[in-house]
Design a protein around this ligand. Structure first.
Ligand SMILES: [Zn+2]
Length: 382
């Protein structure tokens, strides 16, 4: 048995590394298992949108696989996008999982990659990190599944034909997730780019992902697919996140052009972009003194929020109480009673204002989340 990893065959303009790998395995005509789709650190340089890499365990010898890849390498290069730097890695052993954790949580420089002694590499450049990371991932702590369906070449670039019974997918296959955005009744299984993917069904189990597609593929009006592939994935597992962070807000929010919102906290600056939807709206509502908890990645010194909750809100529109005589009371100093400057009445009530309750976790709409991000519905699992 031997491990094969691949990355960086596509570009923002087109192509898809998962489809390339699916086709490559077919052409190699070699049995395989544990095909994996592994998403990596979202801020990596030269990444394409989803920053996905792929791999599988091949059920043949190292030498057999080596010969088969030699035969396919030119074909693969010709199919790659111009700006891509594709790399294939063949390794006798599964590569060290350290590679994966570094590549999913931070910038992993090439010189830090741990490559097994008995391995062979085709190509060079940015694809190396993803190709190694894909065969380093074990997913033992958590994983999900995706049934990916590919389009006939003649259909690529045209409108995808998917029947609208997506709410039934949720009902019939409760182990699937991210099928649609229930608030907007918008489907989430199909990408929006002109890539070769018709759709992907994400699920907690392989069986659930496969049977959901079997059912959907039998519905009237569905586009005829070219091929399908079942992937074990790190999607929705939160592997890019070490832990949530509790913080106290130090400044009222600054709302910039397009609604991007940022605040200073005692743990650093946090930002919620307009695309963050509910997260952005909640951050806008926060004020100085609020205690929050958030999940997000720090990039160039700023936390990019992915999920947020308001743990302990302070009073809004905070004022000193009004005295019975109509004058606003004043504080005489820290730890002292509040006193009316007019009639000298004192009170123990330091502040009045509007109370608001805590607000539980919010997340962006389904199509605005990172592939890596655990939806709130499976936050406990990950
Ligand atoms: Zn008074």
């Amino acid at each position: 048995m031997v491990w094969l990893g691949l990355d960086d065959t596509d570009s923002l303009e087109g192509g898809c590394t998962t489809e390339m790998f699916c086709k490559l395995l077919k052409r190699m005509k070699v049995p395989y298992r544990d095909a994996r789709l592994v998403r990596l650190w979202p801020f990596a340089e030269k990444r394409t949108r989803g920053n996905a890499s792929v791999g599988a365990e091949l059920l043949c010898s190292f030498d057999e696989a080596s010969v088969l890849i030699d035969e396919q390498w030119d074909w693969l290069l010709q199919r790659c996008e111009d700006t891509a730097e594709p790399v294939l890695v063949l390794s006798k052993e599964q590569a060290s999982e350290q590679n994966y954790w570094a590549a999913v949580r931070r910038h992993l420089p090439e010189k830090e990659i741990i490559i097994e002694d008995e391995s062979r590499i085709w190509g060079e450049g940015s694809g190396l990190i993803g190709a190694i990371a894909a065969i380093s991932w074990t997913g033992e702590h958590d994983h999900t599944w995706e049934q990916t369906v590919y389009r006939l070449p003649s259909n690529i670039g045209t409108k995808r034909k998917i029947p609208l019974q997506l709410h039934m997918l949720d009902e019939k296959f409760p182990g699937t997730f991210l099928n649609r955005d229930p608030r907007l009744n918008k489907g989430l299984i199909a990408p929006r780019s002109p890539c070769p993917v018709l759709l992907g069904i994400r699920a907690e189990s392989a069986e659930e992902a496969e049977s959901a597609w079997q059912w959907l593929s039998a519905q009237e009006g569905i586009e005829e697919p070219e091929d399908t592939m079942l992937w074990r994935t790190n999607q929705a597992c939160d592997d890019h996140i070490e832990s949530s962070i509790e913080a106290v807000i130090l400044t009222n929010p600054i709302i910039r052009e397009k609604g991007h919102c940022s605040v200073q906290t005692n743990k650093g600056e946090v930002v919620a972009f307009a695309e963050g939807g509910y997260v952005n709206k909640l951050l806008q509502k926060c004020v100085e003194g609020d205690e929050i908890e958030f999940i997000g990645l720090q990039y160039l010194g700023v936390f990019h929020l992915e999920r947020l909750r308001l743990v302990k809100p302070v009073l809004r529109n905070k004022k000193r109480p009004l005295c019975e005589c109509g004058v606003r009371m004043k504080s005489k100093g820290v730890g002292q009673l509040v006193k009316c400057p007019g009639c000298k009445t004192t009170t123990e009530i330091q502040w009045i204002g509007d109370t608001v309750g805590p607000i539980d976790w919010v997340e962006p709409a389904g199509d605005r989340r990172r592939h890596l991000a655990a939806p709130l519905s499976r936050m406990q699992k990950s």
